[in-house]
Design a protein around this ligand. Structure first.
Ligand code: GUN
Length: 279
């Protein structure tokens, strides 16, 4: 049986550490504040945004909520972001994605002040990460590094294979693992013989977006398996990109879904909000 990496427990630890830090900041008269913008009525986005606001409340971060209608014009959203950029009482700005189709996401991300970019999506944040400079790191990849470190899993010198090259997970994940001295391979839809490449991995990070696709045949004996996927099955249960039962036969450690990577994303968002005060 593999060691089960408990994202719920580790995220709670991080949130409790941040709570202490925020109360210390409060004593110095500093009150961290996150502005959360939600455009439209995507039900999943509403759930995510509510969870982010609840986490803020728990830690003691003030959250400002902006809920705009589905037909909001790009210029209106830009105007709001620019107003929040100028507002010194706001430390972090988060625009929940996806945005309605009339709004260019890249343009909005670029409008956010890089010093308030708590999602780590701004090209300046991504650039800083890739050349090892200070800046915000995208929350899910940062959370995965915390999962590994806080589970005492060595990264230095390990073969790390990442499946998926998205801007939010795969690409920043590769940069972070390089920073942690892993040897990194990034796989995607054009990769030849995915299985063979995955079988080299000491640490296999799966963000492929296909339900339970990665089974034991992709996993080297003793590998650490990190599952970034989240899908709902016909019976209502959640599952990931990894076939948990099957991969568990070979993995030495594995993240469950739910309760693995998922809770870490919000914990690291909160971490970035506190860091925003320092930046
Ligand atoms: N939509 C899904 N995940 C995220 C995230 O981490 N940040 C934002 N802003 N939108 C998202």
């Amino acid at each position: 049986m593999p060691y089960i990496i408990d994202g719920k427990k580790i995220s709670a630890e991080i949130k409790d550490e941040l709570k202490v830090k925020v109360s210390e900041l409060n004593k110095e008269g500093i009150n961290p504040c996150l502005a959360v913008i939600l455009v439209g009525d995507d039900p999943a986005s509403h759930v995510y945004v509510n969870n982010k606001k609840k986490a803020c409340e728990y830690i003691g971060i003030k959250s400002l909520s902006y809920e705009l209608p589905e037909d909001t014009k790009e210029e209106e959203l830009i105007e709001l972001v620019e107003k929040l950029n100028k507002d010194d009482s706001v430390n972090g700005i988060l625009v929940q994605l996806p945005l309605p189709k009339q709004i260019d996401e890249d343009k909005i991300i670029k409008t956010i002040d890089p010093y308030k970019d708590v999602d780590g999506f701004h090209p300046m944040s991504v650039g800083a990460l890739s050349i090892g400079q200070k800046g915000f790191v995208s929350c899910t990849p940062a959370g995965i590094v915390q999962l590994l470190k806080r589970s005492n899993i060595d990264i230095d010198g390990k073969e790390c294979v990442i499946i998926g090259r998205s801007n939010i997970v795969g690409k920043p994940m590769s940069m972070l693992m390089i920073r942690e001295n892993a040897t990194v391979t990034v796989c995607h839809s054009h990769t030849k013989d995915l299985k063979e490449v995955c079988n080299r991995a000491d640490i296999l990070i799966v963000a492929i977006g296909k339900r339970e696709m990665i089974d034991e045949s992709y996993v080297k004996d003793g590998a650490v398996v990190i599952d970034v996927g989240m899908h709902r099955k016909e019976d209502g249960h959640l599952c990931g990109d990894v076939n948990y039962e099957s991969a568990s036969k070979k993995a030495s450690a594995i993240t469950p879904v739910p309760g693995g990577v998922g809770p870490m994303t919000i914990a690291m968002l909160m971490y970035n909000c506190v860091k925003a005060v320092e930046l």
